[in-house]
Design a protein around this ligand. Structure first.
Ligand code: UDP
Length: 402
């Protein structure tokens, strides 16, 4: 378990001292975070690192999970897609199933806290089922810039009860929402098993264990099997790239507990890449394993992130922190993380030729990737590490408790 002191060697003493200073007004403040999964996906990743560090800074921070049935997660995945612009058939049955999970949770979970932070749409209705005695914050990790409007109007009936909404990008700010909206960029934990330094022996061991040969360069996308991450599009790119430079594709996507669509999208990828998978040229991995993600990011020649929508995209900062060249879509939070041509490459998600050309360019000229990687790591150090996120949350708590 890390404590704040461990980060001093990465971000410097002044950053650590300023966090302790800012937290002085918050000693023993009881804060609860609620989301709907312990693992899989960016929210669980962040809370795993953030909640213990909040405690180390002196805040009394807790983390609970809203339980749900498979039906509930089917619906909330539809809502997630709808918030990113997908269509939703919003029936009364769906609304009932959606609110039921919050109502049940409220019947046994006692919120004796000074502030509640609710993450994403799954537990959003909780606020309706508790007697509100403290400020409530809705922390939305999704791109809200173009939601399905019928769904948005329905969800607003809960959001309007909140004291503050936190979004990941200034572009997600909604003019039609009269609740204070604060921007906090997500961040990665440089000391977690996913991002810590690993030695060559460990890399060899994990690649062997998960069946990834090292005879040719690997291009890789690490992402849940999700339509918005466009894994089929990555296979399209790979097919063209390998005609120019011999390489292998690894798609690594664990199945998040709150994402029931994973299997379906995985099957689509298998269908699309059947021959390449049989030939061992495309490797699909569904294990949940942080060190494996770490090793894959470090040992790949190019990291692709071909999302068509992306609330933030922690995988991008994870790869940049490891000094890896990233070729990614210029959507949502990805555009915040990469300076095009300097710390990676940004492309329109429809521009397949662009993705192909940039990937081939890096494979042919590894020195180009190395140079970008060094700058990329410094950019992440400055803006996207967990210490900055912790400091932002402490700032938020200071403001909301005034
Ligand atoms: N991840 C993982 N194993 C996988 C695929 C993803 O641990 O097989 C992690 C990934 O490294 C990142 C998080 O899940 O930390 C995904 O966060 P991101 O913001 O990229 O996307 P989200 O899944 O939240 O849409």
């Amino acid at each position: 378990m890390q404590n704040l002191e461990d980060y001093r060697k990465i971000v410097g003493a002044e950053v650590i001292s300023s966090i302790y200073r800012k937290a002085r007004t918050l000693y023993d403040l009881k804060v609860i975070n609620i989301n709907s999964t312990y693992y899989g996906g960016g929210v669980a990743e962040i809370l795993n690192a953030l909640v213990p560090l909040m405690n180390d800074a002196g805040v009394n921070a807790d983390w609970r999970i809203l339980r749900g049935t498979p039906d509930f997660f089917d619906i909330t995945k539809k809502f997630h897609n709808g918030l990113q612009g997908g269509s939703v058939n919003l029936t009364q049955i769906k609304k009932n199933l959606y609110t039921q999970a919050s109502q049940t949770f409220a019947s046994y979970c006692h919120l004796e806290v000074d502030c509640a932070i609710i993450h994403d749409p799954q537990p959003l209705p909780l606020i309706k089922f508790f007697r509100k005695r403290q400020p409530w914050v809705w922390r939305c990790h999704i791109d809200l810039s173009d939601p399905n409007l019928k769904l948005w109007e329905y969800l607003k009936s809960f959001i309007l009860r909140y004291d503050m909404v936190v979004i990941s990008n200034p572009n997600y700010r909604r003019e039609d929402l009269p609740v204070f909206q604060r921007v906090i960029y997500p961040a990665i934990d440089p000391l977690s098993s996913k991002n810590m330094d690993v030695n060559g022996k460990m890399v060899d061991k994990y690649l062997e264990k998960f069946g990834v040969p090292r005879d040719k360069p690997v291009i890789c996308q690490i992402s849940r099997f999700d339509v918005w991450k466009d894994p089929v599009g990555v296979v399209d790119i790979y097919e063209k790239v390998r005609q120019k430079v011999d390489c292998r594709l690894v798609l690594c996507g664990s199945m998040a507990a709150d994402d029931p669509e994973g299997r379906q999208i995985y099957d689509q990828v298998v269908e699309r890449a059947k021959d390449l998978i049989e030939a061992g040229e495309v490797i699909l991995i569904t294990s949940e394993n942080n060190i494996l993600v770490n090793v894959l990011q470090r040992s790949s020649a190019v990291i692709i992130q071909k999302s068509t929508k992306e609330g933030f995209g922690l995988t991008v900062s994870e790869a940049l922190w490891k000094e890896k060249p990233v070729v990614a879509s210029s959507v949502g939070g990805i555009s915040l993380q990469i300076r095009d041509g300097e710390t990676g490459f940004l492309l329109d998600p429809q521009d397949l030729d662009g993705f192909i050309d940039r990937t081939v360019e890096i494979l042919k000229h590894p020195a180009l990737g190395e140079e970008m990687g060094k700058k990329a790591k410094e950019a992440v150090r400055e803006k996207f590490l967990i210490t900055r996120l912790l400091s932002d949350y402490i700032g938020l708590l200071n403001d909301i408790m005034k």
